[in-house]
Design a binder for this molecule. Structure first.
Ligand code: NAG
Ligand code: NAG
Ligand code: NAG
Ligand code: NAG
Ligand code: NAG
Length: 270
């Protein structure tokens, strides 16, 4: 019933996690990318640096419009870290999501030095190697493989998402949402976002590449999400994001959008 499509290089393991069916406001873990086990992660300096990184990202991400990148430690123990919260998420939820993403990283990738965690509302990346400003091909799509949309809306939906991905890089926060009014077929909601360490040109390349990479799997589906390094996008037939005029996070508490995901079962892919 559920399926995913993962394109990635072989140095990583990707796990797309279960996003059970829910009708509540939920922030869910949708994927994880861990580098090979490295025993030096158990050294106390690594843990101390990771703790410092958690503190910095949790404090500065929410107060910097949902994006912050920094380093912790020096020389060989240095860790590069980046948090990007989804553009409609409140500062409070952004901070919470950052903590949750770290908790998952430490639980499931405790021996990895290069970790990426995707939640619905934020993505976390840390590594002992410099990665800021660099986007790569690691990505995964989630969708219900039997939930086809009506054939007469398929190409309009895909064109609509092409438009969303073209617009997002031009927006101040490289985040964009849009609504397609498909008349008797209802509405379709689209969103795209890049992490703000990459350039607008790379944001555009990242989104376009991902959309085309997964085109054959996603274009005839009623809903899908694509998560990856540096850029992600979402498409559903219900409004999954907060109904706010989307600007910078302002530290005020907002109720997150209704979420109704029905995606993947555990699916380890090598
Ligand atoms: C890491 O530690 C495990 C268990 O102590 C050991 O079996 C393994 O050989 C070590 N790996 C490396 C690369 O040192
Ligand atoms: C933060 O996340 C935890 C774990 O998912 C949740 O129980 C808690 O309600 C969240 N707090 C806020 C303020 O959203
Ligand atoms: C997938 O879509 C089909 C068709 O709409 C639906 O019957 C099924 O319940 C969905 N599966 C999940 C896991 O949501
Ligand atoms: C798609 O929509 C058309 C027009 O409303 C309808 O005639 C057709 O049965 C629909 N196809 C499916 C598979 O639902
Ligand atoms: C979102 O807000 C606008 C403006 O307040 C309102 O017209 C619209 O009905 C709202 N949509 C939803 C789904 O709540």
């Amino acid at each position: 019933m559920v399926d995913s499509d993962v394109r990635t290089s072989v140095v990583f393991l990707v796990f797309m996690l279960s996003l059970g069916i829910c009708h509540a406001d939920l922030n869910q873990n949708s994927g994880l990318l861990c580098s090979d086990a490295d025993n030096s992660t158990s050294e106390s300096s690594f843990r101390v640096n990771l703790d410092n990184l958690l503190g910095l990202l949790t404090e500065k991400g929410p107060s910097s419009n949902g994006f912050f990148k920094t380093t912790a430690g020096r020389r060989s123990g240095k860790i590069y870290g980046l948090i990007q919260c989804r553009g409609d998420v409140s500062a409070e939820n952004c901070a919470n999501c950052t903590r949750e993403a770290f908790a998952v990283a430490l639980r499931d990738c405790s021996k990895s030095k290069n970790v990426q965690v995707w939640f619905t509302w934020c993505s976390l990346h840390y590594s002992n190697e410099h990665f800021f400003g660099v986007w790569d091909q690691e990505s995964a799509a989630t969708f219900n493989k039997t939930d086809f949309d009506n054939a007469s809306i398929v190409s309009r939906g895909f064109d609509f998402m092409s438009e969303v991905t073209t617009t997002a890089p031009k927006r101040p926060l490289m985040f964009h949402t849009a609504v397609l009014d498909a008349g008797k077929f209802g509405k379709r909601y689209g969103m795209a976002q890049c992490t703000r360490d990459i350039s607008r040109t790379d944001c555009s390349r990242c989104l376009d590449t991902r959309l085309m990479t997964f085109k054959s799997s996603i274009e005839n589906k009623r809903g899908w999400e694509v998560y990856g390094s540096s850029c992600s996008m979402w498409y559903h037939d219900y409004q999954f994001y907060s109904n706010i005029s989307i600007t910078a996070n302002d530290g005020k508490s907002r109720r997150p959008g209704r979420l109704r995901s029905s995606f993947l079962a555990n699916l380890p892919i090598t």
